[in-house]
Structure formats: C-alpha cells, structure tokens
Design a protein around this ligand. Structure first.
Ligand SMILES: NC(=O)c1ccc[n+]([C@@H]2O[C@H](COP(=O)([O-])OP(=O)(O)OC[C@H]3O[C@@H](n4cnc5c(N)ncnc54)[C@H](OP(=O)(O)O)[C@@H]3O)[C@@H](O)[C@H]2O)c1
Length: 248
C-alpha cells in the first residue's frame, strides 16, 4: 500500500516510515522541505541496511505525501491545523491518521492540554470534513520504532467515526511486526487516548524508559484488531458491562 507521512522528518514520522517500508509498503515521507525529507530517507535506508525494496521510501514535499489514500499526519499538534488547511483538497476522501498529542512539559512531567474540540484528532477532523480521520499511534515510542535491532511489542488503540477507515488502519498496522492494533471505538475516545500519553511520557521520563501500551485481560489474535469477525454483539456487551454504554 502507498502511505504518505506529512511531517515525516520528526522522530515519530521516521520510525513509522521505516517500519512501514520494512513491512513492504511504499512510503512517501513528507516535509516542508523535500530535500530535507530525502536526506532523512537516505539515513533510514542506511538503518535498514538493504532490507528495503528499491523505491519503497521516498522523500517528498508534504503536498505529495498527502496524495495517497492513506496518510499519516505527524506534525506537532499545534502545527496540524495550518498544515492541513493547505491540503484540504488533496486529502478529500482519504484516511488521515492523527498521531498527535497535545502535551506541555512541566519539569519532569508532561501534562495534557485540551485542544479545540477536545482532541487533536477531532480538531483535525473538523478541519477536514471530507476526510476520514483516525486516531492511532499516540503511545508509540519513536525511538523503539527506529531501532530495528530490538524486539518491540505494542498495542495501538485505533479510534474513528468511520468504521471502514478504522478497519483500514488496523489492517495496515497488522502488517508491521510487533504492532497489535486494538479497535477502540469512535473518535470521541481520542481525547482520553491522547491525554493518557502525558502519563506515559511522565513514567518514561521518571524511569528512563521507552515503555508503551500493552493491554492485559483480553484475548486477541497475534495480529488482530480486538474485534474478531462475528463478535459485534460480544463487543457491545463488554462495553455495557464496563459502564461504557452502547458500542459506537
Ligand atoms: N516523538 C514521539 O515519540 C511520539 C510518539 C507518539 C506520537 N507522537 C506525536 O507525533 C507527532 C510527531 O512527533 P515528533 O516528535 O516526530 O514531532 P516533531 O519532530 O516535533 O515534528 C515532526 C515534523 O513536523 C514538521 N514541523 C515542525 N513544526 C511544524 C509546524 N509548525 N508546522 C508544520 N510542520 C511542522 C517538521 O518537519 P519539516 O521541518 O521537515 O517540515 C518536523 O520534523 C506529534 O504530534 C506527537 O505528538 C510523537
């Protein structure tokens, strides 16, 4: 699959680009400066040490990275709106994965701040009404993604209002070694998912760690989205019994 990454030159964008390219996807790593993007891609090809197919990782301008049907928005959260405002037409009809967390640093802690509309993902969805915004990847430690030599296992909470887009992102994440997507409902869940990142970052700073999320107590296929075929009702009952109301 072709995947674009807008703002792909930062730690998270690089890590995702590398893992997706290793998984066999064609990644367009975007930047405000295409030359800078190509330089980052050259570094990532070195990291991969020949494991990438020719042409699987290309550095491009953000507008080119916005062209595929699957696009990751990996700018800092406070640059997201201005970035997508210039790409509304290009992103129309596409699935846009919002990885952003609205955090501020207070000494040895990260604190969550509330962006307009309650989450970065909802803010981006409002700016891109004709795109399908999916929140995912907020808890991934960028450094672990770029370290191909270390074993890596992470659950990735995936939420969206469009069920097909959410499933498409789960399917994409399933192809990446070590990632286990977990369908987590509608985009309303993004506020809690993003805010929890502040706790995770604080824990990691305090413990000098790169921990991520791993859910206990639920049986998932090795590479699954937590919603095995034919279990729609079971998922709804689980939500009710946890006080979560009806399934989105
Ligand atoms: N770092 C992590 O471990 C991590 C983990 C999970 C989620 N996230 C989220 O992922 C996103 C990216 O994180 P990151 O640490 O990779 O971010 P970053 O390095 O601060 O930014 C990523 C790239 O965005 C571009 N950029 C910077 N400021 C911009 C602006 N005002 N407008 C448009 N583009 C701008 C820059 O690329 P160019 O200069 O090349 O255009 C930069 O290299 C953030 O929203 C973060 O909350 C990060």
């Amino acid at each position: 699959m072709d995947v674009g990454i807008i703002g792909g030159t930062g730690p998270l964008g690089r890590g995702l680009a590398l893992r997706l390219a290793v998984a066999g996807h064609r990644v367009l790593l975007g930047s405000r400066d295409a030359e800078r993007a190509e330089g980052i891609c050259a570094e990532l090809r070195d990291v991969a040490g020949g494991a990438l197919a020719a042409g699987s990782l290309q550095g491009v301008a953000n507008v080119e990275a916005a062209a595929p049907d699957m696009v990751v928005l990996a700018t800092p959260w406070d640059g997201a709106l201005a970035t997508v405002a210039e790409l509304v037409g290009t992103l129309r009809g596409s699935t846009v994965v919002s990885v952003g967390n609205a955090l501020v640093r207070h000494g040895r802690e990260a604190h969550a701040v509330v962006p307009p509309r309650g989450s970065v993902a909802a803010m981006v969805q409002a700016a891109l009404p004709e795109s399908h915004v999916v929140a995912a990847g907020q808890h991934l430690p960028a450094r672990s993604l770029t370290d191909l030599g270390q074993p890596f296992a992470a659950d990735v909470l995936v939420c969206a209002d469009d069920a097909d887009a959410r499933q498409a992102v789960c399917d994409l994440l399933c192809t990446v070694d070590g990632l286990r997507p977990v369908s987590a409902g509608s985009l309303a869940q993004a506020a809690a998912i993003e805010a929890f990142t502040a706790v995770l970052v604080t824990v990691n700073m305090g413990h000098r760690a790169h921990s991520t999320l791993r859910l206990a107590g639920m049986t998932l296929p090795a590479h699954g989205d937590g919603r095995p075929a034919g279990t729609e009702d079971a998922a709804g009952k689980a939500a009710s019994s946890a006080g979560g109301g009806s399934r989105p």
